[in-house]
Design a protein around this ligand. Structure first.
Ligand code: ADP
Ligand code: MG
Length: 322
């Protein structure tokens, strides 16, 4: 079991930022409205995430660390219509196999919290703990039992940069959630609950908000909305490229291509434009179960999707360029 988990862990937990992403996703899936993340040494020494979500029952704490145990889907049919960020039930088990993990949680109806800990293979019995309603996940000494993997980690600063990027993606996708990020006990990012435009400006800078235009296009069962940068900003920044499919950050060639073509057509701009865009479509139209990290998706009708994105962006850009 441990070996299986360690192998799976290699796929899911490539670096601290990957563990961080999974833990943040769980807080979002638990309907948290406040998420505080405290990292130490780029997440290598410690990743701690505190949320005020629904919490976990005492009886289900150990299940949460079980491989392939998920509370989010129950049937194969559900797999066709995934609305949560997680669904594979392997993230916590994988992380627990390669770190010292502590899970503390309290449901609204419980009068105190319960905590379990696991280091390698030893799972402790739940013991009473004190915590506000919600869940705290603490991951210490990632890769402590796989020194080979530890050696491949980059500097603390690089690992933190990856974690920060993961954090920004989450923050962009959920302006209705308050987020705090600390690193080595210093406050790095603090974001109050707000609307999408303000959140984008808080995360990516005022300049992006001022030099961008809104997109909001709909067709049957599909909607594309967000901000795309005008040339002034597009030239200044190339890496502000955020595309979310049903609120999940994805990198997808088809999407990038459609956007690029629209920019080229209207602005004769050949480099990557900056954008924060959200594509919402019926969950049956997209398969998110392509890879363990869930960063890739497959679309049922990719041709129609390409056209829709191209036309939506084309229209938005053309309106400022006539
Ligand atoms: P998945 O998210 O795919 O279900 P995970 O391994 O990430 O699998 O988490 C396992 C289970 O632990 C989840 O299904 C959920 O029931 C529970 N869980 C994990 N983190 C939290 C959290 N922050 N709040 C509430 N429940 C959680
Ligand atoms: Mg999960």
């Amino acid at each position: 079991e441990l070996l299986v988990n360690q192998i799976a862990a290699g796929e899911v937990v490539e670096r601290p930022a990957a563990a961080f992403k999974e833990i943040l996703e769980n807080s979002i899936d638990a309907n948290a409205s406040e998420v505080t993340a405290q990292l130490v040494q780029g997440g290598i020494k410690r990743i701690r995430v505190v949320d005020n979500g629904t919490g976990i029952l005492k009886e289900e704490l150990s299940l949460a660390l079980d491989r392939h145990a998920t509370s989010k889907i129950r049937t194969l049919e559900d797999l066709q219509h995934i609305t949560s960020l997680g669904f594979r039930g392997e993230a916590l088990a994988s992380i627990a196999a390669i770190s010292r993990l502590t899970l503390t949680s309290r449901k609204a109806e419980a009068d105190h919290a319960w905590q379990i800990g696991v280091a390698g293979k030893q799972l402790s019995q739940p013991k009473p703990a004190s915590l506000a309603i919600g869940t705290t996940v603490e991951v210490d000494d990632l890769y402590f039992n796989i020194p080979a993997r530890r050696k491949f980690l980059k500097t603390e600063a690089t690992e933190f940069a990856h974690c920060e990027e993961v954090f920004k993606r989450m923050a962009l996708s959920r302006p209705d959630i308050g987020f705090v990020l600390q690193h080595n006990e210093k406050l790095r990012i603090q974001l109050g609950i707000t609307d999408l435009r303000r959140r984008i400006m808080a995360v990516l800078g005022e300049a992006f908000g001022q030099a961008s235009l809104s997109v909001d296009e709909q067709s049957t069962g599909i909607r594309l909305y967000g901000l795309v940068a005008l040339p002034a900003y597009a030239r200044a920044s190339r890496d502000a490229q955020y595309f979310f499919v049903n609120n999940r950050f994805v990198r997808d060639k088809l999407i990038t291509h459609a956007l690029r073509e629209a920019y080229r057509d209207i602005l004769h701009l050949d480099r990557h434009p900056a954008f924060v865009l959200f594509l919402d479509l019926n969950s049956g139209e997209v398969d998110v179960n392509v890879h363990p990290t869930k960063a890739e998706v497959r679309f049922r009708d990719s041709r129609a999707l390409h056209q829709f994105i191209f036309h939506s962006i084309h229209k938005a850009l053309a309106s400022t360029h006539s």
